[in-house]
Design a protein around this ligand. Structure first.
Ligand code: NDP
Length: 517
């Protein structure tokens, strides 16, 4: 195994200065933004679901016609390779837009609920838009993440105010332009450009729901601000996502998946693979292959930079910490000009003591530890407060499914990097624990942009009968209801029906009594 030590030191920032902050509505009056959004939502919310879906269905084609400018903008703005901008953002957005517009009417239309408890009545669940949704988004997928927050909320009948990261305003401008071409009422979708303090002011201006994607630290602040009002909030936070490799895995395939999964977007993805748990019997062979593949990643064309000096500093701290802990560097470890870090593989038992293992590096660093059996892999995986995604590599799909059932993660993917699921618009996305709650994408993403109203009505108009549990109260009511309660607890449906019918006989006198009230 070609193993270097972490001896090459951690240089200071060799970067240019951080991407300049472009703030053109930091002074914007957040109350005015909300008022405009509310007015537009009244028009939009009154339109039928198919009408809204038809307007927004132009979005997929609009994005397809703009793949080049989208790729240029993302590449310029956060430095990721153009190929990633096209594959992970533009193409994913097209598929997401087309699918979500297509299913919105079915997912969001009213649903009948059969009422075994009150057979003479019927109920309907109606999905209502919140009103104004505030979406706060990060810089790492500056086009697709905000778009995947905004589109379901609009389809559901909300107005949306987007607060993109101050580091990536131009990607948000593209979304503004592309949605503008769908013919939405003025003010229905607004982008508020500015920094975190603008995000706080927008929350204080009382939107009706907040969708936040970003760090745990900011997520806590956002939730605290929402709690004061209170406003419902969905949080999509980070993760220390693990790839679990069983002894029977295809080594070549798994090594490619690990090298890519840990380093695409320079590791700056919530679902990038940060921890590799590998069966001890194949540990050394797999490490050699991954190291080899990491060494062959093209540093200029295939490896992006840290988005800014703040992110670079986290990478530096984690590398220094790994060196001090005595971890072995099986690949990479060198900082390159332009805020880049070589794809880095950390091995050895000391890895368990490193920040790279315990907390999110959000960089091109993969920390590896061996396990001896499935149970140990599961408990190693679950020994973190995060729970966004996990992946399992194995030839035994039944064993993988059994393992998946025990992993604490919002998305578990077998024989693929879990980030791939982010590109499947049918799959709800989100985590547990420190990784947040609420779901974006899929049917659940659409439902997350709504609240549920119940409409319960009699199946026929009249004659009306007063309810037996209304006034007057007396011992006959208590005795009858207790009898009914015991009948309802019977498991067997036939015996239950007989007992309920018998209890029903004693209800008749209650219905025909001469009520005082
Ligand atoms: P932040 O959480 O700082 O930023 C996310 C968004 O929140 C940005 O738009 C930011 O604005 C805004 N914001 C910052 N402070 C506040 C506030 N007090 N109130 C309201 N909004 C605020 O994430 P970072 O940009 O620092 O990303 C770093 C970390 O975030 C990563 O290391 C990773 O852990 C996590 N992350 C997770 C992602 C996921 O998909 N789950 C995606 C991206 C990041 P501004 O940028 O203008 O300051």
């Amino acid at each position: 195994m070609a193993v270097d030590t972490l001896a090459n030191g951690i240089p200071g920032s060799q970067s240019q200065s951080a991407t300049p902050i472009v703030v053109d509505s930091a002074e914007a009056d957040s109350a005015e933004i909300m008022a405009l959004a509310r007015e537009a939502q009244r028009i939009w919310g009154a339109m039928s679901l198919p009408t809204r879906a038809r307007r927004l269905s132009r979005l997929a084609a609009n994005i397809a016609a703009s793949i080049d400018p989208i790729a240029d903008t993302i590449h310029e703005e956060n430095g990721k390779p153009r190929a990633e901008a096209v594959a992970h953002e533009a193409v994913t957005a097209i598929q997401f837009a087309r699918h979500t517009c297509h299913v919105a009417s079915a997912v969001l239309s009213a649903q009948a609920v059969p009422l075994e408890s009150h057979p003479s009545r019927s109920a309907e669940l109606v999905r209502q838009p919140f009103g104004v949704v505030l979406a706060i988004s990060p810089w790492n997928l500056p086009f697709f993440i905000p778009l995947s927050q905004v589109l379901p909320a609009l389809l559901a009948g909300n107005a949306v105010v987007l607060k993109p990261s101050e580091l990536t305003p131009d990607s948000a401008r593209l979304i503004e332009k592309l949605l503008g071409e769908c013919g939405l009422p003025e003010g229905l979708f607004q982008v508020a450009y500015g920094d975190g303090s603008l995000g706080q002011r927008l929350i204080e201006a009382q939107p009706d729901k907040v969708l936040f994607t970003g760090s745990v630290a900011t997520g806590r602040k956002v939730m605290a601000a929402c709690a004061r009002l209170p406003i419902p909030v969905s949080l999509e936070l980070g993760g220390v996502d693990a790839m679990i490799v069983r002894a029977d895995a295809d080594l070549e395939f798994t090594a490619s998946a690990a090298a890519w999964g840990a380093t695409f977007n320079a590791g700056q993805a919530c679902a990038s693979v940060e921890r590799l748990l590998v069966h001890r019997s194949i540990h050394d062979a797999l490490v050699v292959r991954i190291a080899d593949k990491m060494n062959r990643i093209d540093r200029s064309r295939e490896l992006g930079p840290a988005v800014d000096d703040k992110q670079l500093h986290v990478w530096q701290e984690h590398m220094l910490n790994a060196r001090n802990a005595g971890a072995t560097q099986a690949a990479g470890g060198t900082f390159l000009p332009g805020r880049k870090l070589e794809p880095t593989l950390l091995t050895g038992s000391q890895v368990a003591e490193t920040e790279a293992w315990r907390s999110e590096t959000f960089g091109p660093v993969l920390a590896v530890l061996p396990f001896d059996d499935d149970d140990e892999a599961i408990s190693m995986h679950n020994a973190t407060e995060y729970g966004l995604t996990a992946s399992i590599f194995t030839a035994d799909l039944d064993a993988a499914k059994a393992m998946a059932a025990k992993l604490r993660a919002g998305v578990v993917c077998v024989n693929d990097v879990a980030a791939t699921c982010y590109g499947s618009p049918e799959i709800p996305w989100g985590g547990v624990g420190l990784s947040g709650f609420g779901r974006s994408h899929g049917d659940e993403g659409l439902l997350d942009a709504t609240w549920t109203k119940v409409i319960e009505v009699p199946k026929f108009a009249g004659p009306n009968a007063k309810r037996p549990w209304w006034y007057p109260y007396g011992p006959d009511l208590e005795a009858t209801m207790s009898k009914l309660g015991r009948a309802l607890a019977v498991e067997n449906p036939v015996r239950r029906a007989v007992k309920v019918a018998k209890a029903g006989v004693s209800i008749v006198p209650l219905l025909t009594r001469n009520p005082r009230l």
